[in-house]
Design a protein around this ligand. Structure first.
Ligand code: DP6
Length: 342
């Protein structure tokens, strides 16, 4: 029998109001809504090929076969999609990232969004964007936000089907730019899933939640109005607040390095010199420098000039997860047509 296959591409995303803590960890139902922007240069391309002759699923990421917990997590996601399609064929999965994993650029977001779309297509499922987003969420919460395009809003909800993300605005709406300053490529000791579980032990967790409705309103209004002067101070406050929760969790999670702290102070200096740039951070040491497109070349060159910055990745608002032509060594499968929501 000819194997069925499909290849999908998804962008990672950076959250302006973040997901940190699960109401239901098994279903990855978050405590709060979150708002993000997809990242055009931080993408994952994943090919899924179903093969009835395979004994077990194999998953290769950037040339390495996954084993242990990482493999189990990908297999669980494949199982979810196979169960929905009523299929039991095993899969050969090959995935490529354009950015380093485990460094605060969310590889799980683009990874599970691409895996979900490619596997759903390979299994012959025709799902709308909301359904794909809800399924991607089960693999990694932030992956729900990598299914729709541009600027994205993920709703916290009480049920599996109701917690999905949708686009607030298309990529062309605003030329907001995320200049990611990579200060460390080391794999972080505690991943996001551990961080979500630990978050509830912080005395500051409830305080942060109480502040989020106001921040979400600012994020939605500032995106609608392309207002960086409104968005910027809020995203810095929110990132520091998330790290205050992480730092005061049991066990404490210290994601920063000395270079992270130096760069945070540097951003304030650039701003007082007249450059409108703001920072945010995910669960890692790297700093996301948020500015408008016209200031991105200056921000990029200043970041590259810092001795502790290893590399820089410039992202415009990225598109939605989509089916793409197969990459080399995979038989023809994708149709090149983007998968759009219903
Ligand atoms: C700090 O989506 O990586 O980047 O659901 O366990 O895979 P899992 O967590 P993940 O958490 C992302 C945390 C964050 C904030 C955010 O992206 O909203």
């Amino acid at each position: 029998m000819t194997p069925d296959g499909a290849t999908a591409l998804a962008c990672s995303n950076i959250a302006f109001v973040k997901y940190w803590g699960n109401l239901d960890p098994a279903l990855r139902l978050p405590f709060n809504d979150s708002v993000s922007m997809n990242l055009s240069a931080a993408t994952t391309t994943t090919a899924v090929e179903l093969d009835h002759d395979l004994q077990r699923d194999t998953v290769e990421v950037d040339g390495r076969l996954l084993t242990g917990a990482a493999l189990e997590r990908a297999v669980a996601q494949l199982d979810l999609i196979r169960a929905r399609a009523g299929l039991d064929a095993r899969a050969r999965v090959v995935s490529r990232n354009t950015f380093p994993m485990g460094t605060g650029i969310a590889s799980s977001a683009s990874g599970f969004a691409a895996l979900t779309l490619a596997a759903a297509r390979a299994c012959g499922l025709r799902l709308d964007e909301a359904q794909l987003s809800a399924i991607a969420r089960r693999g990694s919460g932030s992956a729900a936000r990598s299914v729709p395009g541009g600027f994205v809003d993920w709703h916290a909800a009480a049920t599996d089907e109701a917690s999905y993300a949708r686009s607030l605005a298309a990529p062309a709406h605003w030329d907001l730019t995320d200049v990611v300053a990579v200060v460390s490529r080391e794999h972080k000791a505690v991943g996001s899933s551990g961080g979500h579980a630990a978050a509830l032990t912080s005395p500051h967790f409830a305080a942060r939640l109480s502040l989020l409705p106001g921040r979400l309103a600012v994020a939605r209004e500032a995106i609608a109005g392309r207002d960086l002067a409104r968005l910027g101070p809020m995203i810095e406050e929110e990132a520091l607040c998330l790290h205050a929760v992480a730092l005061t969790s049991r066990p404490p999670l210290i994601y920063w390095t000395g270079a992270t702290v130096s760069l945070l102070s540097q951003v304030a200096r650039w701003r007082s010199d007249g450059l409108p740039v703001f920072f945010t951070l995910d669960a890692g040491p790297n700093v996301h420098l948020i500015c408008e497109g016209r200031h991105a070349p200056a921000v990029e060159s200043l970041a590259r000039g810092l001795p502790y910055v290893e590399s820089v990745l410039v992202n415009e608002p990225g598109g939605h997860a989509r089916i793409v032509p197969p990459v080399a060594r995979h038989p023809s499968s994708g149709d090149g047509e983007p998968e759009r929501g219903a």
